[in-house]
Write a protein that binds this ligand. Structure first.
Ligand SMILES: O=C(O)[C@H](O)[C@@H](O)[C@@H](O)[C@H](O)CO
Ligand SMILES: [Mg+2]
Length: 382
């Protein structure tokens, strides 16, 4: 069997799907994207084509190493996202050829169902309590929300009060019937992270995510020393070579590689198992579309340390498109009591609604995140 064609489709709300075709008619789908840089990743995928066309799609390990090593320059958000989506599509092809879900090819299930969580509150969290109540009716009891709005490197006690008050209100309203993680989203610099972690500790958030930016990861062990809140990070780390330094330095309790950003299934399995060796739990990042989520689930269902799975249904970013819009086998993605079952179909387990994808790709927006500014006019981390 040979790879004959790669086609990318940028689609709303801010995703990109990749179709890989073979000379025997088997087709695989991947989701290579960086939110806000879809066109750049699209070009990177096109530049990988010469390594793929005419090759045997079953040799995923060799193709992965070729894409990673043969270009001399490597790593980073764009190249690793391009490899990620291609890798997903190759696993999809392999599963379809062998007529097995990918998790069967990876040694089989380590659990029966996977715990999922839902985003709540949007970019500038408000009305969270009502939103949580609605999501509870859908069976969720675990949530994630932004911890703060924009925050200066050294900000006021009023801002700290705001952040703490919101969390206190949630705990008061729900007691311990729910769990929630707080995403600091790189908005918090080290001087404020210490204060916030200390003040939030009594409300026992499930975790604090990106307590400081990934490029300040040397703070993770120092912050972890001073708080009992589990620290999470990983959505802006792209290969096991990057993760190894963070694991070795210590501090993280939860690692969150993104299956569409960190080299795909092949690489994230390795990252997951490196994390297991450090007693670090796995919670793959996934504010993305159906192929990315299906890829996450393949890894979760074979990784002992997988504890939580993010998913994007109803997320604030989904303007103009929802995860299930592009899926034919919607019932397989049903979340019951906050859990998802293994996807039963061969390959990644997503039957992509290709007609819908093609139609949607005609009006794909060039999504960008907002540019926030501090009161003094300087750019703020969003
Ligand atoms: O944890 C998450 O889901 C992420 O932080 C997510 O909200 C953002 O990073 C977004 O995808 C960037 O465009
Ligand atoms: Mg995040």
């Amino acid at each position: 069997m040979k790879i004959i064609k790669l086609t990318t489709y940028r689609v709303p709300p801010r995703w990109m799907l990749l179709k890989i075709e073979t000379d025997e008619g088997v087709v695989g789908w991947g989701e290579p994207v960086i939110e806000g840089r879809a066109r750049t990743v699209e070009t990177a995928v096109q530049e990988m084509e010469p390594y793929l066309i005419g090759q045997d799609p079953s040799r995923i390990n060799d193709l992965w190493q070729t894409m990673y090593r043969a270009g001399f320059y490597r790593g980073g958000a764009i190249l690793m996202s391009a490899i990620a989506g291609i890798d997903q599509a190759l696993w999809d092809i392999k599963g379809k050829v062998l007529d097995k879900p990918v998790y069967e090819l990876l040694g089989g299930l380590v659990r029966d169902r996977m715990k999922m969580y839902s985003w709540v509150g949007g970019d500038r969290p408000s009305d969270i309590i009502e939103q949580i109540r609605t999501l509870q009716q859908g069976g969720f009891n675990t949530f994630k929300m932004n911890g703060t709005e924009e925050l200066g490197m050294l900000d006021t006690s009023a801002k700290v009060d705001d952040a703490v008050r919101r969390v206190a209100e949630i705990r008061e309203a729900f007691g311990s019937t729910i769990e929630f993680g707080l995403d600091f989203h790189g908005r918090v610099a080290a001087p404020m992270a210490k204060t916030l972690l200390r003040e939030l500790e009594p409300y026992r958030p499930l975790f604090v995510e990106e307590p400081v930016l990934a490029e300040q990861a040397e703070y993770y062990p120092r912050l972890a020393e001073m708080t009992s809140i589990p620290l999470a990070a990983g959505e802006r780390m792209y290969s096991r070579f990057e993760f190894k330094n963070v694991f070795a330095a210590g501090g993280l309790s939860i690692v969150q590689p993104d299956l569409s950003h960190a080299g795909g299934i092949t690489e994230c399995l390795k990252i997951a198992s490196m994390a297991e060796a450090y007693d670090i739990t796995l919670a793959p990042h996934c504010p993305l579309g159906p192929v990315a989520l299906a890829s996450c689930l393949q890894v979760d269902f074979v990784s002992y340390n997988a504890v939580l799975q993010e998913q994007s249904m109803g997320i604030h970013y989904n303007q103009g498109g929802e995860l299930l819009d592009y899926v034919i086998n919607k019932e397989d993605f049903k979340i019951v009591d906050g859990y998802c079952k293994p996807l039963p179909k061969p390959g990644l387990g997503v039957e992509v609604d290709e007609e819908r994808v093609i139609a949607a790709s005609q009006h794909a927006p060039d999504w960008r995140n907002p540019v926030w500014r501090h009161a003094d006019g300087s750019v703020a981390e969003w």
